[in-house]
Design a protein around this ligand. Structure first.
Ligand SMILES: CC(C)(COP(=O)(O)OP(=O)(O)OC[C@H]1O[C@@H](n2cnc3c(N)ncnc32)[C@H](O)[C@@H]1OP(=O)(O)O)[C@@H](O)C(=O)NCCC(=O)NCCS
Length: 147
């Protein structure tokens, strides 16, 4: 299993995996993320976007954003935007490998805290995060509309 940086050429396969992963979808109106937003996160230097690859197949990906860190504060937060393992590769440590490498890079960039939004009805991600030392905060409900 190789962990590497996501590249522009990976966009199609990654976006398809995102579409397939129903847990990522928070809005009833919109896809999990707009295509241009997703591409921007692959190419933007303020994001850490990594892929787990096994024999040229994408087994999973992780995306973390550090774009709110330009203010001179003591604590520097990053957001864990997505962590996904393809269904065929689950429970084999793929997400753990992605997470560890992502945290290593974030720390090297001076990040001190990491937060994320986890689906309140999905046990897998909650157990995963609890196992990585995250604590559960308040539960929220996503609401959106076009204006
Ligand atoms: C959550 C997710 C990323 C875990 O990926 P994974 O590669 O299977 O995770 P790992 O193999 O590294 O699992 C590490 C630990 O997480 C927990 N875990 C993972 N999947 C679990 C499940 N289905 N049920 C319960 N615990 C689970 C376990 O504690 C596991 O350790 P163990 O296998 O030794 O018991 C994967 O299930 C997934 O892609 N889910 C859909 C996407 C999602 O919900 N992402 C979060 C929103 S961004």
């Amino acid at each position: 299993m190789k962990i590497r940086k996501a590249l522009r050429k990976d966009f199609g396969e990654l976006y398809d995996l995102g579409l397939l992963t129903t847990e990522l979808r928070v809005s009833k109106n919109e896809p999990f993320m707009e295509k241009d937003d997703f591409m921007l996160r692959i190419t933007d230097k303020r994001h850490v976007f990594l892929i787990a690859e096994e024999q040229n197949t994408i087994a999973g990906f992780i995306c973390a954003s550090t774009k709110d860190t330009d203010r001179p504060l003591k604590h520097r937060y990053a957001c864990l935007v997505y962590i996904v393992t393809s269904p065929d590769f689950r429970r084999r440590g793929v997400a753990t490998k992605l997470y560890r490498e992502c945290v290593r890079i974030l720390k090297a960039r001076g990040i001190t805290h990491l937060y994320t939004l986890a689906d309140a009805d999905t046990k897998a991600i909650q157990k995963f995060l609890l196992g990585k030392g995250f604590k559960t905060g308040e539960k929220m409900i996503w609401m959106d509309r076009k204006i």
